[in-house]
Design a protein around this ligand. Sequence first.
Ligand code: DGL
Length: 285
Amino acid sequence: MIGVFDSGFGGLTVLASLRESLPQYDYLFLADSARAPYGARSFDVIYESTLESVEWLFDEGCTLVILACNTASTRALRNIQQIHLPARRPDRRVLGVVRPSVEALAGLPPGAVPGETPPSPATGLVAVLGTESTIASDSYRIELRKLAPSLELIQQACPLWVPLVEAGELDGPGTEWFLKRSLNPVLARQRLPQRLLLGCTHFPLLLPGIRRLVPPSVEIIVQGGIVASRLAAWMARHPDQEARIGRGGHCRFATTDDPAWFAARGERLLGQPLQAERIRLRPVR
Ligand code: DGL
């Protein structure tokens, strides 16, 4: 199976795009809803929680795990890839969402390699919205500098957007107030960004309100489609890994909190009934 991990149910936005573009594969989605939101938690808590989740997905039979969560991708991916996998799981792979998103922000082809790929000639201004932790990590700036050094980046934390989504407050005057509060620093600048990346799995659920506030000249980038197209390109470059993934088109859903709550939120998001199971994560020693 392909494991898809998110702190909460927002990652279903990424899963939906994956299943639409790559319906042949088997998927196992895990939401660590009991500990969500991750966005304001410390590095250690995000790392440990992500690692436990990844290990659970491996134990269930996933050979490849996508960290759909930006917060987990920016805080935990590097250590998992560089330290945990080589020592404990050399035959498994974990991929994140920052790199594919930065490729899309810079208008580069999937899998662009710094040094081998000529730097993006793109100049101009782009923006990323994310959780406090994602923005504080500076990961988007670091990756963008490698691939498109002449692009200027605005990073804006949107601390209350995830709690709004988790509470089901997707639209209405209260939500609009919080959308404006985080969008205004980006939109009130003299120069508008050409592209605005929603760098959090929950933010696409606020898209109608965001679209009303963002001028049409600004392209809004949603991650689901990007991650799906980049994953298809990754599969083509890694046929050995691709061959290990089941092709029954099945999907399982797991959560660390109430499965009925998760299923109700997930059904609204995916527009189809779903069954979820509650699982318990164990510390990784
Ligand atoms: N899903 C996380 C992300 O994409 C945000 C939610 C959270 O704060 O847990 O960054």
